[in-house]
Design a binder for this molecule. Structure first.
Ligand SMILES: [Zn+2]
Length: 259
């Protein structure tokens, strides 16, 4: 299987590229693009959360600890004193990072159900629910969040599978076929539980109608295509600004940012 660095690097690259494209297509704001990149990166390490000793598992629970602590902070910042807010932040972080992490690893088997295609669907829909309910993003951005998480997690499984092929020796290692699986074949009950969890997350998620329309819009795709390569010299921002000013898209005297 691939190591932590490989998973993180590929995760950042993949989700960074997707988020940049979404931003260029004017589908998301730069702020949302940042959230999408973080979500995709988290997705790329999610399948290893049940590997107790792994950096992946600690990183995911540490990340969620910080995330949920801040969500609570934003909700209560008006009503609590600084001392109370500090206690709230720390207790949520410690509960998620240490208690929940311990508990979770007590009840899971590594490379069990969480290292599967079905779990990837769960991570994505849970992501949609978090984007929509906790971060209060639009339904489209929420489903894009779910999309990048799915791509990140799927990339993880494919990478693990590729690493079980010994290209130099021209043979496959014994772990081949264990990384990219639909569900945990040894434990069908876990698959059933995961399907229930997916349904629960779908219940608290918005519908994907707008997201579906967006990715099916030929107008968006042709706009993206037209913006793919520079019209003139590469990185010639001065020329671009002049053209935009000529076409009336931008005030020539504006010195601020293009957005
Ligand atoms: Zn893995």
């Amino acid at each position: 299987m691939a190591n932590f660095q490989t998973h993180i690097t590929v995760g950042v690259l993949t989700s960074g590229v997707i988020s940049t494209i979404a931003m260029a297509a004017a589908v998301v704001t730069p702020n949302d693009a940042m959230f999408l990149t973080i979500a995709g990166t988290m997705g790329s390490i999610m399948p290893d959360i049940d590997l107790e000793s792994s950096r992946q598992s600690r990183a995911v629970f540490g990340g969620f600890g910080i995330f949920f602590a801040f969500i609570a902070l934003f909700h209560y910042s008006q009503f609590l004193s600084i001392a109370e807010l500090c206690i709230l932040w720390l207790s949520i972080y410690i509960s998620v990072r240490y208690l929940l992490w311990r508990l979770f690893n007590e009840f899971t088997v590594h490379r069990g159900i969480f290292h599967s295609f079905l779990a990837n669907i769960f991570f994505s829909v849970a992501g949609v629910a978090i984007f929509y309910n906790l971060l209060e993003k639009s339904d489209t951005v929420a489903w894009m969040g779910g999309g990048v998480i799915f791509i990140g997690a799927l990339t993880h499984l494919i990478l693990d599978e590729l690493y079980s092929i010994d290209f130099a020796g021209n043979r496959v290692k014994r772990s081949f076929g264990t990384a990219l699986k639909l569900f945990d074949y040894k434990n069908p009950f876990s698959a059933f539980a995961m399907i229930v969890a997916v349904a629960a997350m779908l219940y608290v998620s918005p519908t994907a109608g707008n997201f579906y329309t967006l990715i099916n819009s030929s107008e968006n795709w042709s706009y993206l295509h037209s913006r793919l390569l520079p019209k003139g010299k590469w990185f010639d921002v001065g020329e671009l600004r002049l053209n935009m000013a000529r076409s009336g898209e931008m005030d020539p005297l504006t010195t601020g940012s293009v957005d």
